[in-house]
Design a protein around this ligand. Structure first.
Ligand code: DHB
Ligand code: FE
Length: 280
């Protein structure tokens, strides 16, 4: 049977991808950011999954205001890096897992989640920057990826509670897949950031670290936090953090082991947060 072994949480700041792609990872500004992921890259080598279900948000690259799926699962065999205005990032094509994706889609939809099925979907920094942070710059990504896009860009967006419940439905779906696969679920985006308006540049270290604490030890309580608190405390783009609850919901009900925790300010206009949780 397939099983979920661990979950990974990380910010997806596009400037991190650009720093890596342009050979600036060793610059004094970026070095502390990438240093926070050295442990993670080693952990990935030691805990190689077969498939990652990667919960992320598209930033008007695959979708636009013409079509806004709340939750979309990528069922294709591969996904191309999106052109975000400066050309696609020079990273490997993302290999999918159509069989597991179709199984998850069926199970989760029968569990009353109205997923959109995407048989073609380009993937932007929301998905490729976490892959780069966790895997570096390989010639090919070392596992298959099932992209699960969540709308956190255009209101109305799903609640943290709904994302946690989606994660639980994904856990059930994976556990009923016959092949013996090691699966990780990743939640991406955040932490506190606001990219526009009078509060642009907002960073809230206390709130972010409390979010990390509660994600580890009180996901059910954290899932009750309303949108307005995310926006007020973590900035308008801090709402991306609801996606971390989807990955957390996919974990077992036992207390997880914390394999790694990292927090750093600044990266562009954003706080970078990162956690690795293992099922015990
Ligand atoms: C930026 C964009 C993002 O999508 C994000 O999550 C953080 C930062 C940016 O444009 O700087
Ligand atoms: Fe983002």
């Amino acid at each position: 049977m397939a099983r979920i072994t661990a979950s990974v949480y990380t910010s997806h700041v596009p400037a991190i991808g650009a720093a890596l792609d342009l050979g600036k990872a060793g610059d004094p500004y970026w070095q502390p950011v990438f240093a926070g992921y050295d442990t993670s890259k080693q952990w990935m080598r030691d805990h190689r999954p077969d498939v990652v279900i990667l919960v992320y948000n598209d930033h008007a690259n695959a979708f636009s205001l013409e079509l806004i799926p709340t939750f979309a699962i990528g069922c294709a065999a591969e996904f191309q890096p999106a052109d975000e205005g400066w050309g696609p990032r020079p990273v490997p094509v993302v290999r999918g897992h159509p069989e597991l994706a179709a199984h998850v889609a069926q199970s989760v939809i029968e569990d009353d989640f109205d997923l959109t099925i995407a048989n073609r979907m380009d993937v932007d920094h929301g998905l490729t920057v976490p892959l780069s942070l966790m895997c570096g710059q390989p010639d090919a990504w070392p596992f298959a990826v099932i992209p699960l896009a969540v709308n956190v860009v255009q209101y109305p967006v799903p609640s943290g509670r709904r994302c946690l419940a989606l994660g639980r439905a994904i856990r059930k779906a994976v556990a009923s897949f016959d092949d013996d696969l090691k699966v990780q679920v990743w939640g991406t985006g955040g932490m506190s950031h606001q990219l526009q308006g009078p509060r642009a540049g907002l960073i809230n270290r206390e709130w972010d670290n409390r979010f990390l604490d509660r994600l580890i030890s009180d996901p059910q309580g954290l899932a009750q936090v309303p949108h307005v608190e995310y926006v007020r405390e973590a900035g308008s783009e801090g709402i991306e953090l609801v996606m971390w609850l989807a990955a957390r919901g996919a974990m077992s009900d036992h207390a997880p082991a914390v394999a790694h925790r990292f927090y750093h300010v600044p990266a562009s206009n954003t706080a970078v947060g990162h956690l690795i949780l293992e099922n015990t």
